[in-house]
Design a binder for this molecule. Structure first.
Ligand code: NAD
Length: 460
């Protein structure tokens, strides 16, 4: 049995309490991780603050070289990270491999960005005078991440925070801490300053509170549920800490009358059931013209028949799925599939005949269930797309590009994907609008989210 200590100040730190990490496929314990306490949070914050001094002294070019080393170590370990993720949260290996490969691209991208943390000057009367505008690092960052994309979501915080000159304390979810911890360990192997990247495993609520209330933590970068986000916001608000919240979504797919139905079915099924529906960017509601709905459903069913989902990562998810299916049936909707097919495993569920007031249409499902809703016209589809209080990722399928872009702009969400299902690239911002969050990750705005601007007004 592997026992994995905390990582603080570039060293392994043992704790009194340990927590088991289980394989959700069969419930066996695969490792134990240290359960950090308030004292460990104090030590991690102290180490991070000290490491930031060393990190600052390197300057942007030195930091970029160091982050290139980190990205190399990370990219050399993709296979190992994918295996860990597959074991700890049940993500099928090909999906886990894709996730870590994309996370490697994020690390590479932000290593390059570290060199482009530029000071700008508005010149004054002499060459030295004027306004110098300096992007200073925001400070020590607490990165609190969920289990569903355990490597990607750590890389989205680590890459830009380190590039901006910050130090990071990672607190991965206890359901899947192994791959995220390994990512932090790689920072030590890449010889980043000790303490620049720390990892505190353990129980979410006490560690989350200790981090979010610690005077030495300047920013909390959180991805997870709205319930926990509100709690974290309540801790950070009176302490005036910076905060980013990347929360759940309720992805609409607006199908235009001229959509290619094979492309549309591919998008609906890929994004509806990827990661067994446990994805923030899932397609949850397919909003189709009545004349196309039957044909589209047939094409979706063909693709669904070929799917084999991994186990649900948590018992909560499994139980929630049963609740969603029962609620939909009680309210008169038709549910195809969705039954248990093995330990913690579900068949994909396809819902028709459901409308607002049904749980699956109003709340983020976060299980493998997609609802197809018939919409009389495009305006009605857009209104339904924007109805629930979310705004993470929307999808539009249509062949008239001008019309498709117009409709895409009317979708009230931080990302809209047109005629495809790939959502994320390192160079474009990813932001939850409305109830899906506050702040931005990735791209240039994602780097600047870890910056505080200093104006040096020089008279010389
Ligand atoms: P969660 O909110 O339960 O947990 C997220 C993190 O918070 C974990 O590290 C957990 O240990 C910690 N935590 C739990 N309770 C806490 C508390 N009381 N105080 C402080 N920290 C606490 O979320 P989850 O169930 O692991 O993740 C699922 C949610 O995350 C879904 O809503 C999903 O859509 C969302 N998500 C969003 C994005 C995005 O980028 N917008 C990406 C992935 C997942």
């Amino acid at each position: 049995m592997r026992r994995l200590p905390l990582l603080i100040g570039g060293r392994e730190v043992e704790t009194e309490e340990w927590m088991a990490v289980t394989d959700p496929g069969d419930g066996t314990t695969i490792a134990e991780v240290a359960a950090g306490t308030d004292r460990d949070v104090d030590a991690a914050v102290e180490s991070a603050a000290a490491a930031m001094v060393e990190w600052q002294a390197l300057g942007p070019v030195g930091r970029a070289r160091a982050l290139e080393r980190y990205a190399q170590v990370f990219n050399a370990g993709l296979g190992e990270l994918a295996e860990l993720m597959h074991a700890e949260m049940g993500k099928p290996l090909p999906e886990a491999q894709a996730e870590v490969a994309r996370a490697g691209e994020v690390m590479t991208y932000f290593a390059a960005e570290a060199e482009r943390v530029l000071v700008s000057q508005v010149p004054g009367a002499t060459v030295a005078s004027g306004s110098w505008i300096r992007p200073a690092p925001i400070g020590v960052v607490a990165a609190i991440t969920p289990w569903n994309f355990p490597v990607a979501l750590v890389s989205w915080k680590l890459g830009p925070a380190l590039a901006a000159g910050c130090a990071v304390i990672s607190k991965p979810a206890i359901e899947a801490p192994l791959a995220a911890r390994r990512v932090c360990e790689m920072a030590i192997e890449a010889e980043l300053p000790p303490g620049l990247v720390n990892c505190l495993t353990g129980d979410g609520p006490p560690l989350g509170e200790a981090l979010a209330t610690h005077p030495g933590v300047a920013k909390v970068a959180f991805t997870g549920s709205r319930r926990v986000a509100e709690q974290i916001a309540a801790w950070t608000a009176p302490r005036l800490k910076a905060l980013s919240l990347e929360l759940g979504g309720h992805g609409p797919l607006v199908v235009l009358p001229d959509a290619d139905l094979d492309v549309t079915a591919e998008v609906a099924v890929m994004q509806g059931y990827a990661n067994a529906g446990q994805a923030c960017y899932s397609v949850n509601r397919v909003l189709a013209p009545p004349a196309l709905a039957g044909d589209l459903l047939e094409r979706m069913r063909e693709r669904i028949a070929a799917l084999e989902l991994g186990p649900m990562a948590t018992d909560r998810g499994f139980a929630r799925h049963e609740t969603l299916v029962a609620d939909a049936r009680e309210r008169g909707a038709t549910v195809e599939g969705g039954e248990p097919v093995g330990p913690n495993r579900l068949a994909p569920a396809l819902v028709t005949g459901a409308g607002p007031g049904t749980m699956v249409v109003d709340e983020e499902p976060f299980t493998p269930i997609v609802t197809v809703m018939e919409m009389d016209d495009v305006d009605a589809a857009v209104a339904e797309a924007n109805r629930p209080d979310y705004g993470l990722v929307g999808y539009v399928c249509g062949t008239d590009l001008r019309r498709t872009l117009e409709v895409a702009q009317s979708i009230d969400s931080g990302t809209v994907v047109i005629n495809g299902w790939r959502v994320v690239t390192p160079f474009a911002p990813y932001a939850g609008w409305n109830g899906s969050g506050v702040g931005t990750e990735l791209g240039r705005p994602g780097l600047e989210a870890f910056v505080r601007w200093q104006h040096l007004r020089v008279f010389a």
